[in-house]
Every structure is written in C-alpha cells, then in structure tokens.
Design a protein around this ligand. Structure first.
Ligand SMILES: Cc1ncc(C[n+]2csc(CCOP(=O)(O)OP(=O)(O)O)c2C)c(N)n1
Length: 278
C-alpha cells in the first residue's frame, strides 16, 4: 500500500510555533502508520469542538464533523453507533471539554464507547483571546480577570478516574509523545481520555516551562492498573505551579464497551448501517 497522506492543503492559521502543530504531526504519523498496517484508508473519522484546537479539522483529511462547542462526545458516540468499526478521534480544548462540555466529558467515561478523546489543554480559551478556563491557575490575570483567577483549578485526570474512565493518560504537546500515547489508546478497547498539555504561546506561554518538569509514569514504577496509585499521581500536578508533572498512562482497565452490548450493532459490517437493507 502506498503510504497515505492525511494532511489537507489548507492554509494554517495557527500561530507560527503553536504546539498544536506537534499534536497534528503526532496524529498524522499514528493514523497513517495504522492505515498502512491495516491496509485500509477508510476506517477513521474525526470530531472537533470549537476553538483553536478545532482547526485541526481543516488540516486533516478525514470524514467527520466540526461540531458545536463542548459537544464532541455525543457526536463521537453517534458516529460509533452509526458504524462501530470506525476509529473515531475526538479533539477538544480545555474550554470545550471542561467548561462548555463538562457534562458530556463525564458521561463519555461512563459510556465507555470505543473512541479516543484528545484534549488540547492550554489552560485558556485561546480562540476568544485568552479568558480563563476551569484549568487556569489561581492568580492568572488577563483583560476580563484583572484581579486574577480566584478558583482552584479542576483536576481533569482525577475527575476522569473518579467517574470510571478505562484509559486515562497525559502527555505534553510533542509529536513523539502524542504518537506514543495515541498508539496505546488505539490498542485499548474502550474510551480513551488523553490530556495533552499544549501551552498557548500567546495567552498562556508560561506553561512552556512544563516540559522541564515532566516525568514518565512508566519509568517511575507506576502501576497503571491501580486506581489508588493513579489518584495519588494525579494529585501531583494541580495546574497551579509547574512542579513534578506526571505523564504517561495513569490508569487502564477493561470494562464492557457500550456498543459491544447491542446485538444489532455487533452484526454491522465495515460500512455500518449503510449495508443494512430497510
Ligand atoms: C456555546 C458557545 N459558547 C461560546 C462560544 C465562543 N467561543 C468560541 S471559541 C471559544 C474558546 C474555545 O476555547 P477552548 O475550547 O479552550 O479551545 P482553544 O481555542 O483554547 O483551543 C469560545 C468561548 C461558542 N462558539 N459557542
């Protein structure tokens, strides 16, 4: 099979040097490798929310939907129910997944449908020029928040662990790290939650220093089957100050997959419901 190229020719409107380019490169490499290995170009679909992260929809040539702000999980679930054989990739920002779409993010873990959710967490609403989100650190100031953020940030890794997610991981926006984690996630049968620390170089550039504080859970003897250990590791970084930041897979466990539990979905072929005569 000739190696496919999943990139479009669209003009990039991300800022030069934006770490989103690293995410794009990691996803491109992983998806193309997967297509080559499986000899099939037509088994992926993608969904994005609204924001800078969502521009990835313009740059990757896969079928899918650029959906509404915060609504990636129900759209991804719908795609899986239409065709359970598709590898569905969802892309959100932290505003998208943890503010506008927080309820959907939690229920995505409960459903445990077999799709993969990548969160570009830059700790601000970037496309609307830098307002704080649920993961912005205390004290962060910008035009709408001149006295600084007063709220304790949400810890999305802990949140996903506590609502039953079966694959919970974090990496930094580096193409190799994204490739590594997405490959692991695609091997996982079930919902995969992947937080990517993606510093916004314009509105939250201080997060670039995170890359000096990362350590790999796999190399630190972390047992990813142990929920209690995973919770403790998640507590090590509370999004306020960059101290030790664990990256890698916090937790992975097998649980029933939503679409596997319906006989009418199990019998569908590679084209999903399209093959069913009505
Ligand atoms: C329901 C709704 N609320 C607000 C907006 C305005 N809006 C567009 S992009 C955006 C910020 C997105 O931030 P985030 O999801 O963190 O993505 P980023 O731009 O940082 O990648 C907002 C608030 C919208 N489009 N729809």
């Amino acid at each position: 099979m000739v190696r496919p190229n999943i990139l479009t020719n669209k003009k990039y409107t991300w800022c030069p040097g934006c770490p989103n380019f690293q995410i794009l490169a990691g996803v491109k490499k992983t998806v193309e490798d997967y297509m080559v290995a499986s000899k099939n170009k037509e088994e992926f679909a993608m969904v994005t929310g609204i924001g800078c992260h969502a521009k990835i929809y313009d740059y990757i040539n896969l079928p899918g939907l650029n959906s509404l702000h915060g609504r990636v999980p129900p759209v991804a679930l719908g795609l899986k129910l239409g065709n359970p054989r598709l590898n569905v990739l969802g892309f959100s920002g932290d505003g998208d997944a943890y503010a506008e779409g927080l309820g959907h993010t939690i229920h995505a873990a409960r459903f445990n449908s077999n799709w993969k959710y990548l969160i570009h967490n830059n700790q601000v609403f970037s496309l609307t020029v830098g307002q704080p989100t649920p993961t912005t650190e205390i004290g962060f100031k910008e035009k709408t928040t001149p006295l600084g953020v007063k709220l304790q940030p949400l810890n999305p890794i802990k949140m996903m662990l506590s609502v039953g997610a079966t694959f919970v991981a974090r990496v930094f926006a580096d193409a190799k790290q994204v490739e590594w984690v997405l490959k692991q996630a695609l091997r996982h049968r079930g919902f995969a939650f992947i937080e990517i620390l993606q510093p916004c170089i314009i509105f939250h550039a201080q997060a670039m220093q995170y890359k000096n504080n990362l350590y790999w859970l796999e190399k630190a003897g972390h047992d990813k089957t142990n929920l209690e250990q995973a919770m403790k590791r998640a507590d090590e970084f509370d999004y306020n100050v960059a101290k030790k930041i664990p990256v890698g897979i916090f937790y992975q466990v097998k649980k029933p997959v939503f679409e596997d539990q319906f006989p009418q979905l199990k019998k569908l072929g590679k084209n999903g419901w399209k093959d069913i005569k009505r």
